[in-house]
Design a protein around this ligand. Sequence first.
Ligand code: NAD
Length: 391
Amino acid sequence: MAKIVCVLYPDPIDGFPPEYARDTIPVLNSYPGGQTLPTPSSLDFRPGDLVGCVSGELGLRKFLEERGHTLVVTSDKEGPDSIFDRELADADVVISQPFWPAYLTAERIARAPKLKLALTAGIGSDHVDLDAAIARDITVAEETYSNSISVAEHAVMQILALVRNYLPSHQWAAQGGWNIADCVSHAYDIEGMDVGVIAAGRIGQAVLRRLAPFDVRLHYTDKRRLSPELEQELGLTFHPDARSLARAVDVVSIHAPLHPETRNLFNEELIGSMRRGSYIVNTARAQIVDRDAVVAALESGQLAGYAGDVWYPQPPAADHPWRTMPYNGMTPHVSGTTLSAQARYAAGTREILEAWLDGKPIRDEYLIVDGGKLAGAGAVAYTASQDAGNS
Ligand code: NAD
């Protein structure tokens, strides 16, 4: 029988379950491109329920306990005395998530001799030291596509919010003002702007598609060039690297995985090469940008705005400078964990567990590491090296 340790974000401060704003979520038929939605044998939750927090348990307890397995769910993940660290010692499976990452460092993996499966509830497994997982033959898997459109919607929202100066304008209204000149002194239309994505994978392509109707000029860079048909359909300008793209656009949206090639990519020099008053939205991973270079660029006016939902570490300290830097539209790491997204990644988590517990293959598109090497979606997105993962 297996022991599954699951680290999830804490319950709402007003208690669990919350009062839901809606009774249902839309039923989707497939993901863009035709990948099928998760196919667990059944579900023990109502799609649209808050299953992503501790009391929600990803809807897994009944299914696992009926089969005789042990499920431990906690949000206590920091330090050697945390519940996570203690339970890790004899865990067969760890489920964690990018929003509240239980960082599976090489040291922690060394202290988990039975660990065979590291499952990400969501997308982005850089909180797992992939090199250590490869060395130990631990399978790493995630629910590819489960929240890609959720993130794309968030990125487009934040681009518009920054360029149009939405959040400060809302503040003026909420605090009883009518300060139109103050609101619009920093507000523009995106129509006619150059907007580019760093990486045009599932999320990057969805952002490009959603921005096309805004009559912007679209740019992208990726290790893999898109088809000429798609470039033509969306009117895309391809750039061979981030350096070329950064200086050609007004808005950058970052959608690359965190790995050695992308870590610290947007440093002082690259940000300094952008047009004055550019905007950056980063819903990928915080360490793709230099924390302090972003703050300095906002203070000097080199950047007119920065938004996103990814921080390092997570949760960030109360005095993290991104909480208070000028013209920021930061949210906590929420874009990929809407109630809609949770329904899909919780169902996908169960699908993967059912396969693994029955000794059946996990879908190739869910795999990041398997058989001691990068596999499936992971072989496309990541590079393995000593620097990959764990942060
Ligand atoms: P994907 O695998 O579909 O696409 C990744 C793309 O990045 C690929 O096209 C790949 O070729 C490209 N790429 C990799 N290294 C590159 C490099 N050095 N330069 C240029 N391109 C490079 O992944 P996805 O589903 O689009 O997700 C992308 C990332 O978004 C994830 O790795 C994760 O870190 C992040 N994410 C964040 C959230 C959130 O809640 N904020 C949710 C899901 C994913």
